[in-house]
Design a protein. Structure first.
Length: 560
């Protein structure tokens, strides 16, 4: 439940620290006093969109913190643990908004995206707005209310997930079908291309190896001649070996007289050895280089085939093997697509069958809930000044099922005895619609899992004895939930277990909004203000006191 709301520099509020009790709390005040500011502040803490216009004039930022007791809220505890945002004790949500419009969000002191505030907020508080009766005419809204009343989140989730799974498979199937349109032409092209590669059969590294061999064979004469010339220059008469030997012998003959020439002699000896080794390799290359016109012709023909294939398919010759493998894979995949299509059709049928099972289970749960909701709302209408009113939730099949199932929900109503039930939008006047909406909201609130419910002037359009019934109903709801109700009606406010007055004051040319927790006598004075005109008489105060005493005469109705 909501324990505290701390507000700084938000609109007309400079600084405000509010504590909330269990049970039913009435929030009242003059028009324009700032009741909506409290909801704006709470909305910010719960992840609503931020707006720099909410920041108090001439201040750098607004700051709102909402503290909740989550002791008995296991789903909230689990969610916080999963997000690694859990903390011992209470849970507090904080939001700041700068005058420039920048916003920051925190859960238990840790910075998070505002979307996470919204997710968590939806698990803590349910706000019923004063204009909800307008959206009540939408079939989608009516379906949502029925599902809220049925309290079957697992069924709605299973239905949505199975529908989405079916939809993914269906889109895959449609893509397959689109590809099938030119299946035959693709198959023929791939078969032909693959046959060209199969005929030539390129081998890994073949082009490079053949190019090296072809280069050597095509220059065999030049290679042999150059090798012979080089060999003679090294090993021939008066060649390099002969000259080096002469130089080495000359130095060796005088080394004993000039020891510092030992290094030069060693270098000459190394050069001699290397020259002899080089001559051997050159001679071996000359002997192994043969003129082979037939092999040269084969190499040139093979290289021409490989190069031609590479040019045709716009790839490097070295990439021919890789291209061949890609063609094989594409051909295999296309050849198997018929089998894949049949397999996919079977998966689609299975997914649709699962969706229908989930949709049917959801529909059965809705049918049961519809009967109960029809009865509860009818009773609510009867107590809200429509004694002959009847309400019925009717379900029919959608032409095209969707993620919410195959049900179309429509609320039917009659306000007068003997009149047939008709769709809500056709028969309800503004006042009747407001009371029917209130009856539905109260009915769904009774089964809601959320611990805190806020009613924002949902009693607009009613008065007198009916308003007293509304107050009594909220008082009863407050026996097992935390209820906050912003109201203009004394009959409703009088039933609150606690009473908060929102008031506006001007000091030193500045306007401030503050909230005051009222004591019993102050409550009577506030009720008299709400009932009376410009002047509050003793008679009005006496009526207000009587109203307060009657509202709290039943000691069995107390906050949880």
């Amino acid at each position: 439940m909501l324990q505290e709301l701390s507000i700084q520099n938000l609109a007309l509020i400079e600084k405000l620290q509010l504590s909330f009790n269990t049970g039913f709390s009435s929030l009242t005040g003059e028009t324009g006093a700032g009741k909506s500011i409290l909801l704006d502040a709470l909305g910010l803490a719960l992840g609503d969109r931020s707006d720099s216009s909410l920041v108090r004039h001439n201040t750098p930022r607004a700051d709102v913190t909402a503290t909740f007791d989550i002791t008995h809220l296991k789903p909230v505890q689990t969610w916080l643990a999963e997000q690694e945002l859990d903390d011992e004790g209470d849970c507090y949500l904080r939001r700041t908004v700068t005058a420039e419009g920048r916003s920051k969000a925190y859960i238990n002191g840790r910075p998070i995206p505002a979307s996470q505030l919204k997710t968590l907020g939806a698990m803590l508080i349910d706000i019923h707005g004063q204009h909800e009766h307008q959206s009540l005419l939408s079939n989608l809204k009516q379906l949502g209310l029925l599902d809220d009343y049925a309290v079957h989140p697992k069924l709605t989730k299973a239905c949505k997930q199975s529908y989405q799974a079916w939809l993914v498979l269906k889109k895959q199937y449609e893509t397959f079908l689109a590809n099938q349109a030119d299946f035959q032409s693709k198959l023929e092209l791939l078969t032909f291309q693959n046959s060209e590669f199969d005929e030539i059969q390129p081998v890994q590294n073949e082009f490079e190896d053949l190019s090296d061999e072809q280069s050597q064979l095509s220059h065999a004469n030049e290679i042999k001649q150059a090798c012979e010339t080089a060999y003679q220059a090294i090993e021939g008469d008066n060649g390099a070996v002969h000259t080096l030997n002469q130089a080495l012998h000359a130095l060796e003959s005088i080394i004993e007289f000039s020891p510092h020439l030992k290094g030069s002699a060693a270098q000459l000896n190394s050069a001699l050895i290397e020259a002899q080794e080089a001559a051997g390799e050159i001679q071996q290359q000359a002997n192994s280089t043969d003129l082979d016109p037939a092999q040269l012709s084969y190499l040139e023909e093979r290289l021409a085939l490989l190069f031609g294939l590479a040019k045709k398919y716009n790839v490097e010759p070295a990439k021919l093997v890789e291209k061949h493998q890609k063609l094989k894979t594409s051909l295999d995949n296309l050849s198997q697509s018929d089998a894949s299509l049949e397999s996919l059709k079977a998966e689609i049928e299975q997914a649709w069958s699962l969706y229908q099972n989930h949709s049917n289970s959801l529909s059965q749960s809705r049918q049961k809930a519809a009967k109960k909701l029809s009865k509860i709302v009818t009773e609510g209408m009867n107590t809200l000044g429509m004694p002959n009113g009847l309400f019925e939730v009717k379900l029919s099949h959608l032409d095209v099922p969707n993620a919410t199932g195959h049900d179309k929900t429509e609320f039917y109503v009659t306000a007068n005895k003997g009149q047939p039930l008709q769709p809500l939008a056709k028969v309800a006047s503004g006042g009747e619609l407001s009371r029917i909406s209130l009856a539905i909201q109260v009915a769904t609130a009774e089964v809601a899992s959320l611990p805190t419910l806020i009613f924002d002037e949902v009693d607009v359009g009613i008065g007198g004895g009916i308003a007293e019934v509304v107050g009594k109903k909220m008082q009863q709801l407050g026996s097992h939930k935390q209820i906050l109700s912003i109201t203009h009606l004394a009959q409703v406010a009088s039933h609150g277990h606690t009473h908060l007055r929102i008031e506006k004051q001007t000091k030193e040319g500045l306007t401030f909004t503050q909230v005051v927790a009222l004591e019993p006598q102050e409550r009577i004075e506030e009720l008299a203000r709400m009932m009376g005109g410009l002047t509050i008489t003793d008679q009005t105060r006496a009526l207000a006191e009587e109203m307060f005493q009657v509202a709290h005469a039943d000691e069995s109705i107390s906050p949880l």
